[in-house]
Every structure is written in C-alpha cells, then in structure tokens.
Design a protein around this ligand. Structure first.
Ligand code: SF4
Length: 185
C-alpha cells in the first residue's frame, strides 16, 4: 500500500509489514492508500486485485522438470556470479510497488525479475525464448504501461530489484523475437 505518498512507506527496501509504528511520533498523520494502477483494480478499501501478475507468471514463469529421481545437485555447476544474480532477481515478492510507483504503471521491473531469475540458470534454458515473449505479451494484454527509464520502480522496490534486469529482459525479448522471425523466414 501507499503510505504518506510512498509505496510501502518511507523506509528504504522495507515492505509495509516490516514498517514499525514506533517510527512515527504521537500526533503524526499517516495517510494510507491502495496501489493506484488501472491493471490493479481496487476491490475494496486498501485491497487491490493483483491477479494480472499471476497471469503473467502463468504465461511463462516456469521451467520444465522431468519426472523421476531428483538430479544430483552437483551435476549441474552454475557460475557463482550467475547464481547470485539469479537469486537476487528471484527475491521479487510480486508486491506490485514497482507498478504503483511508476508514473506509467509499467510492470517491467516485476516481469524482468521473473524472466531474469530463470534466464540466468541452465534449468530455465528450454523455455527461455518463449518465456520472454509470452510474459511480455501477457504484460501488454493486462494493460500495464511502457517503461521510459524513470527508475521510480527500482527506488521504491522493497527487495532492491535492479534496473539491470529490465535491460536483460529487453535483450532476452529482442533476441527471442529476432530468432523466431529468422526461423519463419
Ligand atoms: S520488482 Fe520489487 S516492487 Fe516490483 S513486484 Fe517485485 S518486489 Fe515488488
């Protein structure tokens, strides 16, 4: 929710539920509002419907897993830097503050975190191209706005999701579109 005009309130990288009342003084006025974005319709009071995010995840935020015994963890080495970047992207909690903070109501930070998390790992490779295209397609269908590099999303994100993920999503998406149009030609 919006607290005194800031997504999740005034603390850096802190969700509403981690914001302590002891930070406020007696007599302070606290204005609490729901997220404001057309793609998150208000259900009532402070409750918004964030199902648009769920539909974006359904469009491509998964990996194929063969049934059978679990694979030995050491059989698939992953570069430390990539594992760290993937883990950082995976820390997105889908709260929607990035959308609410963005003047365009863009969902690019959320989608880029979900695409990056899987694109950086070998497990995410089989659906890599279709994932980027399907999730961006669903994001557009849900009516989220375009990214114009304002950066309010990163500034207000309680999990510190970096704008670098948006750059990665753009590369993933353009690479997927380019290779699918080459295959069609
Ligand atoms: S990117 Fe940040 S602000 Fe956006 S949904 Fe994920 S955790 Fe919330």
């Amino acid at each position: 929710m919006y607290i005194n005009g800031r997504a999740h309130g005034p603390w850096h990288q802190t969700t509403t539920c981690q914001l302590h009342m002891r930070e406020y003084k007696d007599g302070d006025t606290i204005v609490v509002e729901p997220w404001r974005a057309n793609s998150f319709p208000v259900i009532k009071d402070l409750v918004v419907d964030r199902a648009a995010f769920d539909r974006i995840i359904q469009a491509g935020g998964y990996v194929s897993v063969n049934t059978g015994n679990a694979v030995d963890a050491n059989s698939l080495p992953i570069e430390k830097q990539k594992a760290d970047e993937s883990f950082a992207a995976a820390s997105c909690i889908g709260c929607g503050a990035c959308v609410a903070a963005c003047p365009n109501a863009s969902a690019m930070l959320f989608v880029s975190a979900k695409v990056s998390h899987l694109a950086l790992l070998p497990q995410g490779d089989p659906e890599r191209k279709i994932r980027a295209m399907s999730m961006v397609d669903q994001m557009d269908k849900e009516g989220f706005g375009s990214c114009t590099n304002i950066g309010a999303c990163e500034a207000e994100c309680p999990k510190g999701i970096s704008l670098e993920n948006i750059a990665r999503l753009n590369r993933e998406y353009l690479g997927a579109v380019f290779s699918s149009s080459k295959q069609e030609a």
